[in-house]
Design a protein around this ligand. Structure first.
Ligand SMILES: NC(=O)c1ccc[n+]([C@@H]2O[C@H](COP(=O)([O-])OP(=O)(O)OC[C@H]3O[C@@H](n4cnc5c(N)ncnc54)[C@H](OP(=O)(O)O)[C@@H]3O)[C@@H](O)[C@H]2O)c1
Length: 266
């Protein structure tokens, strides 16, 4: 798939993985819509792309307010007349055991990572049906393939994305709309720093896994090449990706091992 002149909307574009994807796409001569909550960060990202106002739209959104998804979508159509690709990347991580996490925090994580993501895709898909073409990409996680202590709601939200989009893909195939799930391993961003704790405060501390993770520019290059392909799914990361086949084929050994490893870290 040639990305030149395609209208691509990316959420979570104000930092980390999303920001790096914006820069990689800007080199592909696309028209971009960049969304997240922090407008000043979006404006910084926009300035770094050097794209003219004609070719980039800053559209602040809060995925928790996903009842507005159709209005956001209309703003994109008003500017560019079409939406070729939606990249659902915006998300929030978690740090805290389930028994110490309030129902409000669990709801917030599901609202941003799952319901916000789904509502946006359901607002955009009818536009793609009219065009008779489109692609919806989702950044899930290897945490969507197995559970870890302290990540119950995050992991649940990423598992849920697999269930929804593997089904949605089949429902949209006849309309020539494709669905791509991308599952990162450890990527060097502030995702753990920005994670929400059990009482709703920000964790404010990064993890060695993130600090030693793949650089965002490398991730973005691999992501863009996957976006151009016909793949349904792709893992992007380093040796941590081996956890997925390990858990699939040897679940008992896997969970005994990560239990021992997480207890050692305490
Ligand atoms: N880094 C990793 O190792 C890793 C691994 C697997 C999956 N992921 C996934 O990758 C995606 C990007 O994360 P990242 O690592 O790049 O971390 P990040 O730097 O913290 O980026 C998260 C992005 O999501 C946006 N966001 C958060 N809450 C939002 C809300 N309520 N409404 C709209 N946008 C919101 C943030 O922007 P604002 O704060 O401006 O709203 C930011 O742009 C997430 O879905 C994450 O789960 C990351």
């Amino acid at each position: 798939m040639n990305l030149s002149n395609k209208v691509i909307w990316i959420t979570g574009a104000s930092s980390g993985i999303g920001e790096a994807i914006v820069y990689a796409l800007a080199k592909e001569n696309c028209k971009l819509v960049i969304s997240a909550r922090r407008i000043e960060e979006l404006n910084r990202v926009k300035a770094n792309t050097k794209l003219s106002d004609e070719n980039i739209l800053v559209l602040p959104i809060d995925l928790e307010e996903h009842q507005n998804a159709k209005d956001w979508t209309q703003k994109v159509v008003a500017k560019f007349n079409r939406i070729d690709i939606l990249i659902n990347n915006g998300g929030i991580s978690q740090e805290g055991y389930a028994l110490k996490t309030t129902a409000e925090v669990e709801q917030k994580i599901m609202n941003i990572n799952y319901f916000g993501n789904v509502a946006l895709s359901k607002a955009v898909a009818p536009i793609m049906q009219q065009q008779k073409s489109g692609k919806i990409a989702i950044i899930t996680s290897i945490a969507g393939k197995f559970g870890q202590a302290g990540l119950s709601s995050y992991s649940a939200s990423k598992h849920a994305l697999y269930g929804f989009y593997d089904s949605f893909r089949l429902e949209l195939k006849a309309d020539n709309i494709t669905v791509l799930l991308v599952s990162p391993g450890f990527i060097n961003t502030n995702v753990t720093l920005n994670a929400v704790t059990g009482d709703g405060s920000i964790h404010n501390q990064n993890s060695p896994a993130q600090e030693n993770g793949m650089k965002t520019a490398i991730f973005a290059k691999k992501f863009v090449s996957t976006l151009k392909s016909n793949r349904n799914h792709k893992y992007i990361g380093s040796k941590e990706l081996l956890a997925v086949p390990f858990k699939t084929f040897f679940p008992n050994i896997f969970y005994n091992l990560i239990y021992k490893m997480s207890n050692k870290k305490k």
